[in-house]
Design a protein around this ligand. Sequence first.
Ligand SMILES: *Cc1c(COP(=O)(O)O)cnc(C)c1O
Length: 442
Amino acid sequence: MGNRQKDNNRQNQDMYRAMGLSPEVISYGENILEELRDRFAAIDRVAEYNQLKVLKAMQEAKVSEACLSGTTGYGYNDLGRDTLEDVYAKIFGTEDALVRPQITCGTHALALALMSNLRPGDELLSPVGKPYDTLEEVIGIRPSKGSLAEYGITYRQVDLLGDGSFDYEGIRQAVNGRTRLVTIQRSKGYQTRPTLSVSAIGELIAFLKDLKPDLICMVDNCYGEFVETMEPSQAGADMVVGSLIKNPGGGLAPTGGYIAGTRECVENAACRLTSPGLAKEVGASLGMMNAFYQGLFLAPTVTAGALKGAVFAANIYERLGFAVIPNGSEERHDIIQAVTFGTPEGVVAFCKGIQAAAPVDSFVTPEPWDMPGYDSKVIMAAGAFVSGSSIELSADGPIKPPYAVYFQGGLTWYHAKYGILKSLQQLVEERVVCLSDSVENF
Ligand SMILES: *Cc1c(COP(=O)(O)O)cnc(C)c1O
């Protein structure tokens, strides 16, 4: 190492010390990082490709300065909104897209896609096990007002096999004359199953379409956007659905959701979001267009930073003996990292560390609470510029066995790195973790 480099290193370490990290935690992190150079280079190559993909779509859609200002009222002929939907369709390789601030969150986008494309008497199938917690009430797995079940839409589920692979035989038996729509969740969500790669999703869809060609295959794409160079819509999905306060909003979108897919699926969704007859023609973009475009433009690099954070955290906690999903060396298909602490104390301490590392609300202490849509107390750490945004550095964990924390985001890799080290510091200080026990691992 040259003298200049040594000085910089020392300067950075002094800064980390000034921000509450002990020398042991700092060097533990640096040792782990040494081994991750190739992984990080691979993440950067994907980001480079996706940056060009986004840029190409914006150029081809002729994004202009006029697109960046919004409309009010009905929002007829909203150039920014219509062009942005064209950009999304180009990026996801779909016929059309619906990208709106009126879609309030990921759950809303998914509910919209389901409710608009299913009719009474139809059956919904999840061939990848239990869907995301909040969808249980949408589907009616847990009885709820306005659920699909209330409209006479039934639900069937085929769990993944013990090794995380698809139960093709079970799926073959589950598909019947009423099966209309298949929901495939790409990311693990609050589960400890593996996240699905785009190519695995492609294989599953090919199998399903072979069984029944007119099935609508929808992918819950939350947290998966821009992690790979291809999206599930380029592997056969009829619809991909997600939230703008996750990956594709790049941290700048203040709200919103998207559905990209076939003309038919998107039109159904638009008719349900606004009104039959109005469909995509109304919906003022208000002042959001600038943030939607700029966030999308930044999304590939923001996602890459979050991915580096996830890989870093996996390697840190794996080395300390905790179960981590994905593991330290596995290929990544989303930005979520699960760490199983096995105790509520571990989950709470981890979240406290993430909170203390935030740019906003770093001085508050997160507490477990009964969050709407979830069936146990959940603790959430987030000090975000956009409330609840989970592309920003955040962590959450349901307070129930196996006491796993789900960690994601970081608008920059450097913030993710500091947050992870701060969580480690908190675990050390609360004696959940003892670093000297694991020093011999190096
Ligand atoms: C976040 C998420 C959702 C729900 O999104 P919200 O914006 O929290 O409503 C659905 N599915 C998956 C896999 C998610 O990660």
